[in-house]
Design a protein. Structure first.
Length: 320
Protein backbone atom coordinates (compact mmCIF):
# COMPACT_ATOMS: atom_id res chain seq x y z
CA UNK A 1 0.00 0.00 0.00
CA UNK A 2 1.12 3.55 -0.71
CA UNK A 3 -0.42 7.03 -0.47
CA UNK A 4 0.69 9.48 -3.14
CA UNK A 5 1.13 13.25 -2.73
CA UNK A 6 -2.41 13.86 -3.98
CA UNK A 7 -3.91 11.72 -1.23
CA UNK A 8 -4.77 8.74 -3.41
CA UNK A 9 -4.17 5.34 -1.83
CA UNK A 10 -2.76 2.58 -4.01
CA UNK A 11 -3.20 -1.13 -3.37
CA UNK A 12 -1.11 -3.80 -5.03
CA UNK A 13 -2.75 -7.20 -5.41
CA UNK A 14 -1.68 -10.80 -5.95
CA UNK A 15 -3.38 -11.20 -9.30
CA UNK A 16 -5.76 -8.28 -9.87
CA UNK A 17 -3.37 -5.49 -10.75
CA UNK A 18 -3.30 -2.26 -8.75
CA UNK A 19 -6.22 -0.23 -7.41
CA UNK A 20 -6.39 3.49 -6.65
CA UNK A 21 -8.76 4.94 -4.04
CA UNK A 22 -9.34 8.71 -4.19
CA UNK A 23 -11.57 8.90 -1.12
CA UNK A 24 -14.75 8.21 -3.06
CA UNK A 25 -14.22 5.36 -5.48
CA UNK A 26 -11.78 2.67 -6.55
CA UNK A 27 -10.22 2.54 -10.01
CA UNK A 28 -8.31 -0.61 -10.92
CA UNK A 29 -5.47 -0.87 -13.45
CA UNK A 30 -4.52 -4.24 -14.91
CA UNK A 31 -2.64 -5.63 -17.87
CA UNK A 32 -5.61 -4.51 -19.97
CA UNK A 33 -4.67 -0.93 -19.04
CA UNK A 34 -0.97 -1.51 -19.88
CA UNK A 35 0.24 -2.42 -16.38
CA UNK A 36 3.10 -4.82 -17.10
CA UNK A 37 1.77 -7.61 -14.86
CA UNK A 38 -1.19 -8.17 -12.52
CA UNK A 39 0.92 -9.50 -9.62
CA UNK A 40 2.20 -6.41 -7.78
CA UNK A 41 4.93 -6.79 -5.15
CA UNK A 42 5.79 -3.16 -4.39
CA UNK A 43 4.62 0.43 -4.89
CA UNK A 44 6.86 3.49 -4.53
CA UNK A 45 6.31 7.19 -5.28
CA UNK A 46 9.28 9.00 -6.80
CA UNK A 47 10.46 12.51 -6.00
CA UNK A 48 8.89 13.70 -9.26
CA UNK A 49 5.50 12.23 -8.35
CA UNK A 50 5.60 9.26 -10.68
CA UNK A 51 4.71 5.86 -9.26
CA UNK A 52 6.75 2.68 -9.60
CA UNK A 53 5.11 -0.73 -9.53
CA UNK A 54 7.35 -3.73 -9.05
CA UNK A 55 5.58 -6.76 -10.48
CA UNK A 56 6.03 -10.40 -11.42
CA UNK A 57 6.59 -9.36 -15.02
CA UNK A 58 8.71 -6.23 -14.86
CA UNK A 59 8.61 -2.61 -13.71
CA UNK A 60 5.78 -0.19 -14.53
CA UNK A 61 6.18 3.59 -14.21
CA UNK A 62 2.93 5.56 -14.03
CA UNK A 63 2.91 9.31 -14.73
CA UNK A 64 -0.74 9.80 -13.79
CA UNK A 65 -2.04 9.08 -17.26
CA UNK A 66 -0.16 6.19 -18.79
CA UNK A 67 2.27 3.40 -17.98
CA UNK A 68 5.80 2.99 -19.29
CA UNK A 69 7.05 -0.54 -18.83
CA UNK A 70 10.50 -2.05 -18.43
CA UNK A 71 11.49 -5.70 -18.70
CA UNK A 72 14.65 -7.73 -19.22
CA UNK A 73 14.70 -6.37 -22.77
CA UNK A 74 15.13 -2.88 -21.29
CA UNK A 75 17.93 -3.76 -18.87
CA UNK A 76 16.28 -5.53 -15.93
CA UNK A 77 18.26 -8.51 -14.71
CA UNK A 78 14.99 -10.34 -14.02
CA UNK A 79 11.35 -9.50 -14.63
CA UNK A 80 10.35 -10.29 -11.05
CA UNK A 81 10.77 -6.98 -9.17
CA UNK A 82 10.38 -7.28 -5.39
CA UNK A 83 11.52 -3.88 -4.13
CA UNK A 84 12.26 -0.34 -5.31
CA UNK A 85 13.66 2.61 -3.34
CA UNK A 86 14.97 6.04 -4.34
CA UNK A 87 18.09 7.61 -2.82
CA UNK A 88 18.82 11.30 -2.21
CA UNK A 89 20.50 11.61 -5.61
CA UNK A 90 17.32 10.58 -7.37
CA UNK A 91 18.62 7.14 -8.31
CA UNK A 92 16.12 4.31 -7.95
CA UNK A 93 17.49 0.99 -6.73
CA UNK A 94 15.62 -2.07 -7.97
CA UNK A 95 15.74 -5.45 -6.27
CA UNK A 96 14.89 -8.34 -8.58
CA UNK A 97 14.88 -12.12 -8.39
CA UNK A 98 18.31 -12.09 -10.02
CA UNK A 99 20.24 -9.06 -8.87
CA UNK A 100 20.19 -5.29 -8.42
CA UNK A 101 19.53 -2.68 -11.09
CA UNK A 102 19.34 1.08 -10.90
CA UNK A 103 16.99 3.43 -12.69
CA UNK A 104 18.07 6.95 -13.60
CA UNK A 105 17.12 9.36 -16.37
CA UNK A 106 14.48 6.88 -17.56
CA UNK A 107 17.08 4.16 -18.14
CA UNK A 108 17.58 0.88 -16.31
CA UNK A 109 21.12 -0.39 -15.86
CA UNK A 110 22.33 -3.58 -14.17
CA UNK A 111 24.42 -2.96 -11.06
CA UNK A 112 27.60 -4.78 -12.04
CA UNK A 113 29.98 -3.34 -9.44
CA UNK A 114 29.48 -6.37 -7.20
CA UNK A 115 29.36 -9.97 -8.36
CA UNK A 116 26.91 -11.15 -5.69
CA UNK A 117 24.50 -8.23 -6.09
CA UNK A 118 24.36 -8.82 -9.83
CA UNK A 119 22.88 -12.29 -9.29
CA UNK A 120 21.31 -12.60 -5.80
CA UNK A 121 17.56 -12.57 -5.16
CA UNK A 122 16.87 -9.23 -3.46
CA UNK A 123 14.00 -9.36 -0.98
CA UNK A 124 14.33 -5.96 0.70
CA UNK A 125 16.36 -2.72 0.41
CA UNK A 126 17.00 -0.22 3.19
CA UNK A 127 18.79 3.16 3.15
CA UNK A 128 20.21 4.09 6.55
CA UNK A 129 20.80 7.52 8.11
CA UNK A 130 24.35 7.55 6.77
CA UNK A 131 22.92 7.01 3.26
CA UNK A 132 24.38 3.52 3.00
CA UNK A 133 22.24 1.07 1.05
CA UNK A 134 21.54 -2.36 2.54
CA UNK A 135 20.40 -5.21 0.30
CA UNK A 136 18.68 -8.12 2.03
CA UNK A 137 18.69 -11.34 0.03
CA UNK A 138 16.93 -14.68 -0.16
CA UNK A 139 19.97 -16.84 0.60
CA UNK A 140 23.08 -14.65 0.62
CA UNK A 141 22.66 -12.57 3.77
CA UNK A 142 22.84 -8.78 3.61
CA UNK A 143 25.25 -6.50 1.75
CA UNK A 144 26.03 -2.90 2.71
CA UNK A 145 26.94 -0.52 -0.10
CA UNK A 146 28.66 2.73 0.88
CA UNK A 147 27.64 5.32 -1.72
CA UNK A 148 30.49 7.65 -0.76
CA UNK A 149 33.37 5.21 -1.01
CA UNK A 150 31.72 2.83 -3.48
CA UNK A 151 32.68 -0.10 -1.26
CA UNK A 152 30.80 -3.21 -0.20
CA UNK A 153 30.60 -5.05 3.11
CA UNK A 154 29.01 -8.46 3.16
CA UNK A 155 27.37 -10.07 6.18
CA UNK A 156 26.28 -13.71 6.10
CA UNK A 157 25.84 -16.75 8.32
CA UNK A 158 29.48 -17.76 7.94
CA UNK A 159 30.42 -14.45 9.57
CA UNK A 160 27.85 -14.59 12.34
CA UNK A 161 24.59 -13.43 10.76
CA UNK A 162 21.73 -15.49 12.16
CA UNK A 163 20.51 -16.70 8.77
CA UNK A 164 21.06 -15.82 5.12
CA UNK A 165 17.37 -15.33 4.30
CA UNK A 166 16.74 -11.68 5.24
CA UNK A 167 13.19 -10.42 5.71
CA UNK A 168 13.52 -7.03 7.44
CA UNK A 169 16.12 -4.28 8.04
CA UNK A 170 15.93 -1.21 10.30
CA UNK A 171 18.17 0.84 12.60
CA UNK A 172 18.17 2.49 16.02
CA UNK A 173 19.10 6.07 16.91
CA UNK A 174 22.73 5.06 17.49
CA UNK A 175 23.08 3.80 13.93
CA UNK A 176 23.05 0.09 14.76
CA UNK A 177 21.45 -1.96 12.00
CA UNK A 178 19.06 -4.77 12.89
CA UNK A 179 18.65 -7.56 10.37
CA UNK A 180 15.62 -9.82 10.76
CA UNK A 181 15.92 -13.27 9.20
CA UNK A 182 13.78 -16.39 9.03
CA UNK A 183 15.80 -17.78 11.95
CA UNK A 184 16.74 -15.02 14.36
CA UNK A 185 17.90 -11.42 14.35
CA UNK A 186 21.35 -9.83 14.28
CA UNK A 187 22.65 -6.43 15.26
CA UNK A 188 25.37 -4.82 13.11
CA UNK A 189 27.23 -1.96 14.77
CA UNK A 190 28.45 1.17 12.91
CA UNK A 191 31.92 -0.41 13.09
CA UNK A 192 30.64 -3.43 11.18
CA UNK A 193 30.56 -5.95 14.02
CA UNK A 194 27.78 -8.52 14.17
CA UNK A 195 26.43 -8.84 17.68
CA UNK A 196 23.90 -11.16 19.30
CA UNK A 197 20.98 -9.41 20.93
CA UNK A 198 19.72 -10.24 24.40
CA UNK A 199 16.65 -12.32 23.49
CA UNK A 200 16.88 -16.00 24.50
CA UNK A 201 16.28 -18.51 21.69
CA UNK A 202 15.63 -15.76 19.15
CA UNK A 203 17.40 -17.92 16.55
CA UNK A 204 14.41 -20.30 16.67
CA UNK A 205 11.98 -17.67 15.38
CA UNK A 206 11.40 -15.76 12.15
CA UNK A 207 11.72 -11.97 12.46
CA UNK A 208 9.46 -10.59 9.72
CA UNK A 209 9.08 -6.91 10.62
CA UNK A 210 11.05 -4.28 12.55
CA UNK A 211 9.63 -0.92 13.68
CA UNK A 212 11.35 1.76 15.80
CA UNK A 213 9.47 4.16 18.05
CA UNK A 214 10.30 7.68 19.29
CA UNK A 215 11.80 6.30 22.51
CA UNK A 216 14.38 4.24 20.58
CA UNK A 217 12.61 0.96 21.29
CA UNK A 218 12.59 -1.63 18.55
CA UNK A 219 9.46 -3.69 17.96
CA UNK A 220 9.97 -7.04 16.29
CA UNK A 221 7.07 -8.90 14.68
CA UNK A 222 7.99 -12.57 14.78
CA UNK A 223 6.70 -16.12 14.57
CA UNK A 224 6.74 -16.11 18.39
CA UNK A 225 4.79 -12.96 19.14
CA UNK A 226 5.97 -9.37 19.45
CA UNK A 227 9.22 -8.31 21.09
CA UNK A 228 9.82 -4.82 22.46
CA UNK A 229 13.57 -4.27 22.77
CA UNK A 230 15.48 -1.21 24.02
CA UNK A 231 18.96 -2.47 23.22
CA UNK A 232 19.44 -4.08 26.61
CA UNK A 233 16.25 -5.71 27.82
CA UNK A 234 13.18 -7.05 26.09
CA UNK A 235 9.54 -7.86 26.66
CA UNK A 236 7.72 -10.56 24.74
CA UNK A 237 4.00 -10.12 24.06
CA UNK A 238 2.06 -13.30 23.30
CA UNK A 239 -1.50 -14.56 23.02
CA UNK A 240 -1.61 -14.91 26.77
CA UNK A 241 -1.00 -11.14 26.97
CA UNK A 242 -3.90 -10.36 24.62
CA UNK A 243 -2.25 -10.66 21.20
CA UNK A 244 -4.63 -12.39 18.78
CA UNK A 245 -1.91 -14.71 17.43
CA UNK A 246 1.78 -15.34 18.03
CA UNK A 247 2.54 -15.29 14.29
CA UNK A 248 2.94 -11.68 13.15
CA UNK A 249 3.02 -10.87 9.44
CA UNK A 250 2.94 -7.05 9.43
CA UNK A 251 3.55 -4.21 11.89
CA UNK A 252 3.10 -0.44 11.93
CA UNK A 253 3.03 2.34 14.51
CA UNK A 254 0.31 4.90 13.80
CA UNK A 255 0.55 8.67 14.28
CA UNK A 256 -1.09 8.39 17.70
CA UNK A 257 1.61 6.01 18.92
CA UNK A 258 -0.49 2.85 18.78
CA UNK A 259 0.91 -0.34 17.26
CA UNK A 260 -1.01 -2.58 14.86
CA UNK A 261 -0.03 -6.20 14.31
CA UNK A 262 -1.43 -8.21 11.42
CA UNK A 263 -1.53 -11.96 11.97
CA UNK A 264 -1.64 -15.14 9.92
CA UNK A 265 -5.29 -16.00 10.36
CA UNK A 266 -6.40 -14.39 13.60
CA UNK A 267 -7.12 -10.82 12.54
CA UNK A 268 -5.31 -7.69 13.68
CA UNK A 269 -4.29 -6.57 17.16
CA UNK A 270 -4.03 -2.93 18.24
CA UNK A 271 -1.66 -2.19 21.13
CA UNK A 272 -2.45 0.98 23.08
CA UNK A 273 -1.76 1.97 26.71
CA UNK A 274 -0.17 -1.41 27.42
CA UNK A 275 -3.28 -3.31 26.34
CA UNK A 276 -4.35 -5.19 23.21
CA UNK A 277 -7.63 -4.87 21.34
CA UNK A 278 -8.12 -7.45 18.61
CA UNK A 279 -10.41 -7.42 15.58
CA UNK A 280 -11.42 -10.51 13.61
CA UNK A 281 -14.23 -11.70 11.33
CA UNK A 282 -16.38 -11.69 14.46
CA UNK A 283 -15.98 -7.89 14.44
CA UNK A 284 -16.90 -7.57 10.75
CA UNK A 285 -13.45 -8.01 9.21
CA UNK A 286 -13.88 -9.74 5.84
CA UNK A 287 -11.00 -12.11 6.66
CA UNK A 288 -8.44 -12.84 9.33
CA UNK A 289 -5.19 -13.27 7.34
CA UNK A 290 -3.67 -9.78 7.47
CA UNK A 291 -0.81 -9.38 4.99
CA UNK A 292 -0.36 -5.59 5.31
CA UNK A 293 -1.28 -2.68 7.60
CA UNK A 294 -1.14 0.98 6.54
CA UNK A 295 -2.23 4.38 7.89
CA UNK A 296 -3.26 7.17 5.54
CA UNK A 297 -2.93 10.94 6.03
CA UNK A 298 -6.43 11.11 7.52
CA UNK A 299 -5.34 8.63 10.21
CA UNK A 300 -7.48 5.82 8.82
CA UNK A 301 -6.03 2.32 9.19
CA UNK A 302 -6.14 0.06 6.13
CA UNK A 303 -5.71 -3.71 6.22
CA UNK A 304 -4.69 -5.88 3.30
CA UNK A 305 -6.50 -9.18 3.74
CA UNK A 306 -5.63 -12.38 1.88
CA UNK A 307 -8.35 -13.46 -0.58
CA UNK A 308 -10.65 -10.59 0.48
CA UNK A 309 -9.08 -7.29 -0.61
CA UNK A 310 -8.91 -4.39 1.86
CA UNK A 311 -10.85 -2.88 4.72
CA UNK A 312 -10.64 0.48 6.50
CA UNK A 313 -10.81 1.50 10.14
CA UNK A 314 -12.25 5.01 10.40
CA UNK A 315 -12.75 6.10 14.00
CA UNK A 316 -13.05 2.41 14.96
CA UNK A 317 -15.71 1.81 12.32
CA UNK A 318 -14.85 -1.02 9.90
CA UNK A 319 -15.66 -0.55 6.20
CA UNK A 320 -15.03 -3.45 3.81
Amino acid sequence: MCQDRHGNIWFGTNSGGVSRYDGNKFVTFTENDSLINNVVFSIHELQNGKLLFGTNGGLSVFDGKKFKNYTEKDGLLHNRVFKTIQDDNGVVWIGTAKGVCYFHNNKIMPFKEDTLLSSATIITIYIDKGRNIWFGTLQDGVTKYDLKTKTFTRFNSKGGLRNDFVRAINEDQQGNIYVGTIAGISKITPAGQIQKINIPNEELNAFLSIVTDSKNNLWFGTSAGVYKYNGLIFRNYLQKNGLSSNKILSTIQDREGNFWFGTDGFGVSKFSSEAFTSYTVKDSLPGDYITAVFQDSKKNIWLGIKNFGVCRFEKNKITN
